[in-house]
Design a protein around this ligand. Structure first.
Ligand SMILES: NC(=O)C1=CN([C@@H]2O[C@H](COP(=O)(O)OP(=O)(O)OC[C@H]3O[C@@H](n4cnc5c(N)ncnc54)[C@H](O)[C@@H]3O)[C@@H](O)[C@H]2O)[C@@H](O)CC1
Ligand SMILES: [K+]
Length: 491
């Protein structure tokens, strides 16, 4: 039978509970899964801490504790000194059967005092955590943190929500986490990703076809956008690879549009033109070679320019400056049914006016917005303030509200479409948070849209390829370096 981990989907705790139930209903007993889970924890512990002096299993009342009991009995069999602290499982459960395999008594949780050489196995709560941990658990979490004792978390660090990636209260900070069959949003959303430390996905013998979910939530990667990347053909010419326009701001802030335009060209758009206000044309000319210019001083100029049907996608916002003009231009672009990446000043222009923006872009989705945290809060204050929502929920609600693809930026950028599809990007390097990097991202997405890539896939690919360019650039990267390193993958 094909056993599996699913490396592309993300499973909310609810979706994972359904997978568990399906697998057990298919005839694989729960205790068998628990044995495999406990064994994978032991494998991780022994490879990461081969000189462990004492393995301290902190066990909770549910199945997460059950995995911990299995780990305790296996470690004891391997001759590792073991301590169990925590709560006894309810009788008759799989966790109780697991607990019975270990002969060490379960000592009270509050009695644990960390010693040098300890490694803690956190088996208190996993996917079943539904509220803040109590005072006794909070106290032991505090003592472990104070002592700096390394922690290996089972499934999720206790106190972390697998759905939101946020702590529900006091939370374990783990060095390593072992989870099963598929990652949960909490493993990749911040600060969850950091609280998990290094996360390992273990195969516990669930059949591949059952490790599935009808919630369209993925890790961002080529599995999402690879098949729709623009193909290079020998017969390509510049017009067959699309024409991207980037609206330039005034003299003082024209650099942002240039970064965006350069990125659009590098990602493969056949032609890239700056739409420049008259006062900035000379200055921009001094900087441009492969990028062309068109003089655009008013909405009428823009509308006239758009009579060229080859102009398929536009970027509006980086360094644009004039908020009223940004609103007017967005309206012209919406009426002309062009694909638009709205960023920076283009987003600020619609703070408090998201209804207006959504109405403009009704119908087939043609709008991508790329807000960072502050811009998102200004655009969607009610969604941003709702503490029950995860970043994925927020991006999805914003996307539905605007009929747009939302690229909600950060260390855990979420890309969401108005039909509910969403992806979390989990591998961008921290030095990507630099001035001008957002301008490059909007150019990358615009360049892919100009090449007729479908809109959600273009946004996912843009975020991934932008991150890949940053990884290649390395620490100390500037936005100019980044724009120069953006490349389409070979397809
Ligand atoms: N069912 C399965 O097929 C498998 C489950 N596995 C493990 O099972 C775990 C999920 O098990 P459970 O659903 O039993 O969940 P947990 O073991 O995470 O805990 C659930 C129990 O804790 C209580 N609880 C939740 N939050 C609490 C809080 N803040 N303070 C005090 N009590 C709290 C709940 O009411 C419930 O009784 C996974 O994380 C994974 O480790 C693995 O054994 C693999 C297979
Ligand atoms: K845990």
């Amino acid at each position: 039978m094909a056993m599996a981990i699913n490396t592309t989907l993300l499973f909310t705790p609810e979706a994972m509970a359904k997978v568990d139930a399906r697998v057990i209903a298919s005839g694989i007993p729960g205790p068998e899964l628990m044995r495999a889970a406990g064994a994978s924890v032991v494998a991780c512990l022994l490879s990461s801490w081969p000189n462990v002096a004492r393995a301290v299993v902190l066990c909770g009342p549910g199945n997460n504790g059950g995995d911990g009991h299995i780990a305790a009995s296996l470690l004891a069999a391997f001759g590792v000194p073991v301590l169990r602290h925590g709560y006894a499982p309810r009788s008759g459960t799989d966790a109780a059967a697991a607990s019975a395999t270990c002969e060490h008594a379960i000592l009270p949780l509050g009695d644990y005092r960390p010693l040098a050489g300890d490694v803690v196995i956190d088996a208190l709560f996993g996917a079943g955590l539904d509220r803040a941990v109590g005072a006794e658990v909070a106290a032991v979490i505090g003592r472990i943190a104070e002592a700096g004792t390394p922690v290996l978390a089972i499934d999720l660090p206790s106190g972390l929500s697998g759905r939101t990636g946020r702590p529900t209260g006091p939370v374990i900070s783990a060095e390593r986490t072992v989870t099963f069959a598929g990652l949960k949003p909490g493993h990749v959303l911040m600060p969850g990703r950091e609280l998990c430390g290094v996360t390992t996905l273990a195969d516990i013998g669930m059949p591949a076809r059952l490790v599935a979910s009808d919630d369209p939530l993925w890790i961002n990667g080529p599995h999402l956008y690879g098949p729709t990347l623009p193909r290079r053909e020998a017969a390509d010419h510049k017009y067959s690879r699309g024409h991207l326009a980037v609206m330039s701001g005034p003299l003082i802030s024209g650099g942002a549009a240039r970064l965006s335009a350069m990125a659009g060209l590098r990602i493969g758009a056949g032609l890239v033109t700056l739409g420049t206000p008259p006062g900035a044309v000379m200055a921009q000319s001094a900087h441009l070679t492969a990028i062309m210019q068109h003089r655009v001083g008013s909405s009428a100029d823009l509308a006239a320019w758009l009579s060229d049907p080859r102009l398929s996608a536009l970027v509006l916002g980086p360094g644009f400056g004039d908020l009223e003009k940004a609103r007017d231009y967005a309206k012209v672009l919406a009426n002309a049914r062009r694909y638009l990446v709205l960023d920076a000043d283009g987003l600020t222009a619609f703070a408090g006016r998201t209804g207006e923006l959504g109405d403009m872009f009704a119908g087939e989705t043609r709008l991508v917005i790329t807000p960072h945290e502050g811009e998102f809060r200004r655009l969607f204050p009610a969604i941003a303030e709702d503490e029950t929502l995860s970043k994925v929920d927020r991006a999805r609600q914003a996307a539905a509200l605007l009929n747009a693809v939302v690229v909600y930026k950060g260390a855990d950028t979420v890309i969401a479409a108005s039909d509910g599809r969403a992806a979390i990007n989990a591998d961008a390097p921290p030095w990507l948070a630099t001035a001008g990097s957002g301008d490059v991202l909007s150019g990358v997405i615009g360049g892919l849209l100009a090449q007729s890539m479908p809109i959600f896939e273009a946004a996912c690919a843009g975020v991934a390829l932008h991150g890949a360019a940053a990884s290649q650039a390395g620490p100390g990267m500037t936005a100019e370096d980044l724009a120069g390193l953006v490349r389409p993958p070979a397809v």
